[in-house]
Design a protein around this ligand. Structure first.
Ligand SMILES: Nc1ncnc2c1ncn2[C@@H]1O[C@H](COP(=O)(O)OP(=O)(O)OP(=O)(O)O)[C@@H](O)[C@H]1O
Length: 238
């Protein structure tokens, strides 16, 4: 039995090929406050191994962003377990690690950074001010984004003054600079031109990611496996 097939209750047990991230029985109602609310997704199980990209597919509104936000512990879920491999000895839950460490290691990158206030530099300052980030090494986000055609002066502009593609590359560069174990990418190249898209895909090629895309060609370029969420709350893992 592979880890991917392991649906036993001993979720934290570590077998030969230890996943970076394990998700079991992830379930979310459309309205978490209403017990009779229909399910958005039900009983989702998967393991994500080092260097894998799990592409998340499904029609608009089916719950792709929501499942990423649940895994990031940014949104409540009805049931389920998320576990992270921190030291190859034991898989740990958000409660074991504490939410700040979980979110630093399992980092959600929003589709809409324009909703943030201030400038990208303000955002970097805020990220660096978190106690959990102070104790970690960082790459230079300005340098990362420069490779994608983002000049350093753009970092001082307000988010809404940047184009969608500039916002996406800057938000992604900040996330990469923090070197999380898992990146949760919400349509990270939806506003990019084809050349920038390929550059970003290349930069992410060695990372462990869960990646929402509506683009079949991108899926075939980047995915190790695909998780499709269906409108009836079921899912397919291929
Ligand atoms: N903050 C919110 N409050 C209430 N409902 C929400 C909120 N965000 C999303 N929803 C609803 O939850 C459902 C799932 O939304 P979600 O954004 O996860 O879908 P999605 O599959 O990512 O869609 P898309 O492909 O259009 O981005 C939708 O019906 C949406 O209207």
């Amino acid at each position: 039995m592979t880890l991917s097939d392991d649906t036993s209750a001993n979720y934290g047990a570590v077998a030969s090929a230890t996943p970076v991230l394990r998700v079991r029985e992830m379930t979310r109602r459309r309205d978490e406050t209403a017990k009779d609310s229909e399910y958005l997704f039900y009983d989702v199980n998967f393991d994500l191994h080092e260097g894998e990209v799990l592409v998340v597919r499904g029609p608009s509104g089916v719950g792709k962003t929501t499942i990423l936000r649940c895994i990031a512990q940014l949104t409540p879920y009805t049931a389920g377990v998320c576990l992270l491999n921190t030291d190859a000895k034991e898989l740990k839950s958000p409660a074991d690690l504490g939410i700040p460490q979980w979110r630093a290691d399992v980092m959600y990158v929003s589709q809409r950074p324009a909703l943030m206030s201030g400038s990208p530099l303000d955002f970097v300052d805020m990220v660096n001010s978190f106690a959990i980030q102070k104790s970690r090494d960082h790459y230079d986000p300005v340098e990362i984004a420069e490779d994608w055609g983002i000049s350093s002066d753009l970092w001082e502009k307000k988010w809404p003054e940047l184009s969608g593609g500039e916002q996406q590359r800057i938000a992604l560069a900040v996330a990469l600079s923090c070197d999380p174990k898992v990146l949760l990418l919400d349509e990270p190249t939806s506003a990019l031109d084809p050349q920038s898209t390929l550059m970003v895909e290349d930069a992410l090629s060695s990372r462990t990611c869960i990646w929402i895309t509506h683009d079949d060609a991108q899926e075939s370029r980047v995915s190790s496996r695909s998780l499709t969420i269906h409108p009836d709350a079921s899912y397919t893992l291929t």
